[in-house]
Design a binder for this molecule. Sequence first.
Ligand SMILES: NC(=O)c1ccc[n+]([C@@H]2O[C@H](COP(=O)([O-])OP(=O)(O)OC[C@H]3O[C@@H](n4cnc5c(N)ncnc54)[C@H](OP(=O)(O)O)[C@@H]3O)[C@@H](O)[C@H]2O)c1
Length: 397
Amino acid sequence: MSTTTSPQRIGLFGFGVVGQGLFDVLHRTPGLQTEITRICVKNRSKSRPIPASHFTYERNDILDDPNIDVVVELIDDADAAFEIVSKALRVGKSVVTANKRLVATRLRELLDIQMETGSSLLYEASTCGSIPIIRNLEEYYDNDMLSRVEGIVNGTTNYILTALHEPASTGYASALAQAQVLGFAESDPTLDVEAFDAAFKTTIIAAHAFGVVVNPTQIVRRGITTITPFDVSIAQQQSRTIKLLSRVQLHGNGLSLLALPALSQNASPLAGIRNEVNAVRLTAAFSDAQLLVGKGAGGGPTASAVLSDIAALRYGYRYEYKKLNQASRPVVGHNVETVVYVRGTNEQITSIPFSVIDVDHRSSRGRYVIGHVQLDALHKSAAFQDPETFIAIVPED
Ligand SMILES: NC(=O)c1ccc[n+]([C@@H]2O[C@H](COP(=O)([O-])OP(=O)(O)OC[C@H]3O[C@@H](n4cnc5c(N)ncnc54)[C@H](OP(=O)(O)O)[C@@H]3O)[C@@H](O)[C@H]2O)c1
């Protein structure tokens, strides 16, 4: 690893929530000897909180500047981000990004470019904001045999679900509206509430924890939009709490990947993670279960992870993707028996090939079943594709 003591010169793309957070954080950590040389943004008519002389609208003002060593990519457009990041790596600059959609959907290409160029791409902030999960998977869990990585990786849905479990809750629509007013949900919340964001993060975790590169479309994914007070009351009667769970789990040589609602036991550490907080629980052979908890979004927490990556570049840090290169890697597959809660119509429920049914409840409030089914069969069922059903896994711990 090479180290440098000369000041790092940064070209920053994006000056929104995270870009401004980074600008602020860097000004409060002068010891790092890092300066933002130029900031590239998009909208020429937007007013900015700092002088116009900091900004450019031409990406090549940064990418072609030989004095800039590090590109920090914090924009909200994954296609433009790929062009920026790939060119920056090709011209020999190190890159830090927070863009989970970019990393999850273009990981194979980004790996190839890193291999070709030898340039370093770091993206700790892309997965659970301030929680140092990628670096831990790369370094600390390098040798300990992981069997499962699971967590609450989306703050928006966790905020909404927490509100839905309050006695005064009036349902999903008002919980979402409340999250939007407080800035925890975007005006178009689809990526969060339909669990696309959680699937992106699950993809990134799978690469670093188990050495598999998948497309996010391979994740068994379903969001929380169909949840009703009835579902919450059933969970609460069973001493459980509904969470949106990201989970990557080994089953022998197979690996299942999901981003699904879950009826977590109240005794489970994940059930107690409230509001916009994120948590990741790692289960490994020797260290047993460990829990990392922290803020998964927001300018300051996300910028802290970006800052950590920038600092790591000073000593030449790069991901080695050791698990991608190991001789035997698990095979992605979902033919694993799973216990699930399904609330829906008779027709929807009978589309699921349960092997065992533990509970079949019918009342004027609705019908739900808790039963055992192969995860891939559930995924292919009409109920899973139906926009009205509510489906959640029922974890044992
Ligand atoms: N917000 C969070 O809490 C959080 C947490 C983790 C990860 N992230 C990730 O961090 C990234 C930034 O998120 P954000 O919340 O800071 O977004 P944001 O507030 O919407 O800001 C986006 C910025 O990107 C700029 N931009 C968009 N397209 C551009 C282009 N083609 N060239 C140059 N600049 C462009 C915008 O320019 P204008 O200012 O001119 O409009 C704006 O400054 C995203 O990938 C997001 O997924 C965010």
